[in-house]
Design a protein around this ligand. Structure first.
Ligand SMILES: [Ca+2]
Ligand SMILES: [Ca+2]
Length: 167
């Protein structure tokens, strides 16, 4: 698989033939009141043992105390959502969950997830890869991560039009 979408590098994790649970966390991002949706986008390149190893995207709104899948948190994939389910047979920590699995055959279209905004919360986004107890894959590469929250400016009232002065 190509090593990076934008040279020289990308985040990489291997897919071993043993049970593993590996995570990449974003910095803790403060969400202010009335913030709009949080959009997370990234480029995704994976080659996992199909259906047995895979990756998911999780989110915490309490500064890392608890995480849940972006879909359980009310997020929606705008592009590039999960493409399979992890088999429950063989010890994968992500057993039974929807995930990215199999071979994407290189970097695929930007994945975008739209997450609910919040008020005075600490948001952390977590990429998490789980593998089961046999058969390795190449792994997972992630590049060009962008996390954006748009707090729309308050609508301005149009200035009153000056009335023509009667003459
Ligand atoms: Ca890069
Ligand atoms: Ca495996």
């Amino acid at each position: 698989m190509p090593p990076a979408d934008t040279p020289p590098n990308a985040v990489f994790v291997d897919d071993p033939a043993t049970i593993s649970d590996k995570q990449l966390l974003s910095p803790s991002i403060p969400l202010i009141c009335d913030a709009g949706a949080v959009d997370v986008s990234f480029r995704n390149n994976f080659n996992f043992q199909d259906g047995f190893d895979g990756g998911v995207l999780e989110v915490s709104y309490d500064d890392g105390l608890t995480f849940q899948d972006v879909l359980a948190a009310g997020g929606t994939f705008v592009l590039g959502g999960y493409n399979g389910t992890i088999n429950s047979c063989c010890g994968n920590p992500l057993a039974g969950r929807q995930a990215w699995t199999g071979n994407s055959a290189g970097f695929i279209d930007t994945t975008v997830v739209s997450l609910p905004g919040g008020c005075l919360m600490q948001l952390i986004v977590r990429w998490r890869m789980g593998s089961d107890n046999s058969v390795s894959g190449e792994g997972w590469r992630i590049d060009n991560i962008d996390i954006a929250s748009c707090n729309r400016p308050p609508r301005r009232r149009p200035d009153p039009r000056p009335r023509p002065t009667p003459r």
